[in-house]
Design a protein around this ligand. Structure first.
Ligand SMILES: NC(=O)c1ccc[n+]([C@@H]2O[C@H](COP(=O)([O-])OP(=O)(O)OC[C@H]3O[C@@H](n4cnc5c(N)ncnc54)[C@H](OP(=O)(O)O)[C@@H]3O)[C@@H](O)[C@H]2O)c1
Length: 333
């Protein structure tokens, strides 16, 4: 049976970059630039962002202060943590939240980004040890040189493109090329020392031939996501797959993210976690981001596949114990 808890808003983002040398190279970070990147999506149309000024430079600091007052979060945020998390898809709706949350928790992060200028606009200035950005596209195996994974202990992949043809497919960035080939390239490139790779996938991937999923799958997105999942499952790497329902809240592109998160987390902070591809509802990107980060450290999530939804009510926030209970309860469903 699915169990529920709720989530407190995560945070805000900082990052920046200077030059974009040929990949794969670490890119140094520097101050914010505004960004307008209309990002379409996968199930339904997202609300277009209103034009708000981008003033996120202090947000992470503020949120970090809040985080350190939360004992459960603190357990994930020890500055002495040896964790180094490699994020693929960090400029996306879920990815931005993941990166922000990692930074707030003082967890060292590494980002693979196709257009580092986007990162410049999204994140603040950080010490390179804390946040390093690599220019790269998962479709190009050469961008996944071993040097980009130096010191990496954990991986979160929340990369994706639109289910139907859109501008996001420009340059052949189709579901086949990203959700399948890109993920396969990433998995093949990962060092065997990685302690966990968390993949964001989608509900319905096991039912892509059945209505209504077959409509969503007209251009293969569910099929290719399932192929990517299977490749990861068979890789021998310690994995956790989080299959999201229809994503809500965000994407948070070109916003004062701090304000937005507070405004949109609303009353739907409770979380349903299940297994067996039975859930069909929607889920906040905040919840997906938190689930990914929590799964990195919760032993019982290794080798597991979960579906996740948001519903009205209180929930786990960043409380690791509550997330453990959610994941464990899903095993019994
Ligand atoms: N939308 C939904 O309702 C829904 C439902 C279930 C599951 N999902 C899945 O959930 C995940 C997160 O969704 P989201 O809406 O947060 O994603 P998103 O905003 O569409 O972001 C996708 C991210 O993937 C990156 N990316 C795309 N192609 C890439 C490539 N070839 N190499 C490297 N990076 C690449 C994008 O980078 P750029 O900035 O360079 O484009 C961006 O950072 C995706 O896998 C999505 O398919 C979505």
């Amino acid at each position: 049976m699915a169990t529920k808890f709720s989530l407190t808003p995560i945070t805000d983002l900082p990052i920046s970059i200077k030059t974009f040398p040929k990949h794969p190279q670490a890119i140094r970070l520097f101050p914010l630039l505004p960004l307008n990147s209309p990002s379409s999506h996968y199930f339904f149309k997202r609300k277009a962002p209103s034009s708000q000024s981008l003033s996120v430079s202090n947000a992470v600091t503020e949120q970090f202060v809040e985080s350190t007052q939360d004992s459960e979060t603190t357990s994930l945020s020890s500055p002495s943590s040896s964790k180094v998390v490699f994020v693929v898809g960090g400029t996306g709706g879920v990815g931005q939240l993941i990166v922000a949350s990692l930074l707030n928790r003082n967890i060292k992060s590494r980002l693979l980004i196709r257009n580092p200028e986007k990162a410049t606009a999204l994140f603040g200035e950080h010490d390179e040890d804390k946040l390093k950005v690599f220019k790269g596209d998962t479709r190009n195996p050469e961008d996944l040189d071993p040097s980009v994974f130096e010191g990496v202990t954990h991986v979160i992949c929340c990369m994706g493109t639109t289910a139907f043809p859109s501008k996001r497919w420009d340059g052949d960035n189709t579901p086949e090329r990203t959700d399948w080939e890109g993920l396969r390239n990433l998995v093949l490139a990962l060092p065997p020392s990685v302690k966990r790779i968390v993949l964001v996938s989608s509900v319905g991937v096991t039912k892509f031939n059945e209505l209504p999923w077959s409509i969503m799958n007209l251009f293969g997105v569910l099929k290719y996501k399932k192929m990517g999942e299977d490749f990861l499952r068979n890789s021998g790497l310690p994995f956790t797959i989080i299959r999201a329902g229809r994503l809500t809240d965000g994407p948070y592109t070109s916003y004062d993210l701090n304000t937005l998160l507070k405004a949109t987390s609303g009353e739907r902070r409770a979380v349903l976690v299940d297994q067996g591809d039975k859930l069909v509802g929607e889920v906040s990107r905040l919840v997906v981001a938190e689930a990914c980060i929590q799964a990195l450290d919760i032993d019982c999530t290794e080798g597991q596949i979960y579906e996740i939804n948001s519903v009205q009510g209180e929930g786990p926030g960043s409380d690791t114990q509550k997330w453990k209970e959610l994941f464990r309860a899903a095993h019994k469903s």
